[in-house]
Design a protein around this ligand. Structure first.
Ligand code: SF4
Length: 495
């Protein structure tokens, strides 16, 4: 008897071109062979507008209350999440959907773009030193990114990008793609920053506090050391003779600072070891680290030189703080003018708590950034550059999973979007390796025609057929990709 081999079908949604047996999925787990039919495994995700703006994303849809009608409620936006990809590039996008919005015929072109040129920018709200600028960031022993310059109260990381995805070893590309995918889908990823001898381990997860060398970070500073002196100077008057706010970047000293001078704080003879910038503001008081104010200090007295005996007197009161108020110490000068630890008066304890109260919770932000290349744009129009111009002219609005995407100035369509604004599990991958991210272009039907769109493929939203569907509520920002405010129609023209 001849054995009948199960029929394999070929997936043509990306250059890998998997042969998939019946009941199996392809290399990326996005497509499967279901009884000889190629199906997209994940459901198409739609966003329903709601009167109630402050509603978070539902994790999953509710199939039991779906009556088969894709239109429900006031308005529906079809995202590219679960929409699928078309390949090669001359083919139209998987869904080109029209609907009338406030008397205007609009069209949305959705596709799951395959991004070889993409990465994430990570903002970590912390004072602690995670690594020097340009330090390499590693996952599973592979380089996947680097440290960028520090912003106000936050460390910035650049992860991924085409050099790591395609320019290194096969393993580097695979590990980079996997780390990006998990970060974009809001999972936790452990990053190792720096080289042997000076590494920091950081667990990063979108919307969560970072875990730095095993300790969960709590607060983001309200200001640098100098700013803290300026903001809280009045609180310390009459309770301390001098205050030092220790900071890896700008350490502040009350008696020398302009704020102290204007409030009549007399000199104390204090000496700070560091590079004086302007009165009461010092740089480089210590090495960077995970101690006080992002320095390597666990003893703040190490930044003090001897007090000037012509000015200082026994019994002078000194308060030392970190920028978040989480670390603090109170000292009084002994007969030799050496600071000795003492019990902090209640009035000063209140001020340290006030600084901590004014800090914000420390959180990790993950922003996907990718370039919609000419091939992706070809799924929208036969003249890809026309789409670019239409976006620049604010005639076409770009969203990712329905979330507002920032489009960078200059050429091309380079977008950046907060993954927390998108539906959960919006991202996928293909083993080329590249990240798969949803992208939607919304514009007037008349403009779509003008830019050479695939008009024959346009279908009214209520004719869209799909086996599976996931409904999510409008995100917490209440962003509406079809709002008139997104468009710069000439003379307010709607047609
Ligand atoms: S990797 Fe995924 S999208 Fe690419 S051909 Fe295979 S199943 Fe299709």
């Amino acid at each position: 008897m001849t054995e009948i081999k199960p029929v394999k079908i070929r997936c043509d949604a990306c250059p890998v071109m998997c042969f998939i047996a019946d009941g199996k999925s392809g290399a990326c787990d996005r497509y499967a062979n279901q009884s000889g039919n190629l199906i997209r495994v994940d459901p198409l995700t739609i966003i329903e507008s709601t009167e109630q703006k402050l509603v978070p994303f539902m994790k999953d849809g509710s199939p039991e209350d779906w009556d088969g009608n894709i239109i429900k409620g006031d308005r529906t936006f079809i995202t590219a999440v679960g929409a699928g990809t078309t390949y090669p590039d001359y083919k139209p996008a998987p869904f080109i959907v029209s609907q009338e919005v406030d008397g205007v015929d609009m069209v949305t072109i959705v596709t799951e773009g395959i991004f070889s040129y993409c990465g994430v920018k990570v903002k970590i709200d912390t004072d602690r030193h995670l690594g020097d600028e340009r330090d390499i960031i590693w996952v599973d022993g592979e380089p996947i990114g680097h440290v960028m310059t520090t912003e106000y109260g936050s460390k910035m990381l650049s992860l991924g990008g085409v050099e790591h995805l395609t320019g290194g070893s096969k393993k580097e590309g695979r590990v980079t793609c996997d780390a990006l995918l998990r970060l974009c889908n809001r999972e936790a990823v452990t990053l190792t920053i720096g080289d042997a001898g000076h590494t920091t381990d950081v667990v990063v997860q979108a919307g969560k506090a970072p875990i730095i060398n095993g300790d969960e970070e709590k607060l983001m500073r309200v200001g640098c050391g100098s700013a803290a002196i300026g903001m809280f100077a009045k609180q310390w008057l009459n309770h301390a003779d001098d205050v030092v706010v220790v900071d890896d970047h700008i350490t502040g000293v009350l008696s020398e600072h302009q704020a102290g001078k204007e409030l009549g704080v007399p000199p104390t003879g204090i000496k700070i070891i560091g590079r004086r910038s302007t009165p009461g503001r010092y740089f480089q008081v210590a090495e960077s680290g995970t101690g006080w104010g992002g320095t390597d200090l666990d003893d703040p007295l190490k930044i003090l030189g001897p007090f000037n005996p012509k000015i200082a007197t026994e019994g002078m009161r000194l308060l030392m703080l970190s920028t978040t108020g989480e670390q603090s110490g109170y000292f009084e000068l002994d007969a030799n003018l050496v600071p000795q630890p003492a019990d902090m008066p209640d009035a000063l304890s209140v001020t340290t708590k006030l600084i901590a109260e004014n800090c914000e919770p420390s959180v990790c932000s993950v922003l996907f950034m990718g370039g919609a290349g000419g091939s992706l744009r070809a799924g929208v129009t036969e003249n890809p550059v026309h789409l670019t111009r239409s976006v620049k002219n604010s005639l076409t609005h770009v969203s990712c999973g329905g979330a507002d995407a920032y489009v960078w100035p200059g050429g091309g369509i380079t977008v950046m979007v907060d993954v927390l604004d998108m539906p959960s599990d919006s991202f996928g991958y293909v083993p080329t390796p590249a990240l798969v991210a949803p992208i939607e272009f919304t514009l007037r039907v008349s403009d779509y025609s003008t830019l050479g769109g695939h008009m024959d493929e346009m279908r009214p939203v209520d004719t869209i057929q799909t086996d599976t569907l996931r409904r999510v509520k409008q995100n917490i920002q209440g962003h509406n990709p079809m709002s008139r405010a997104n468009y710069r129609w000439p003379n307010g023209d709607k047609s």
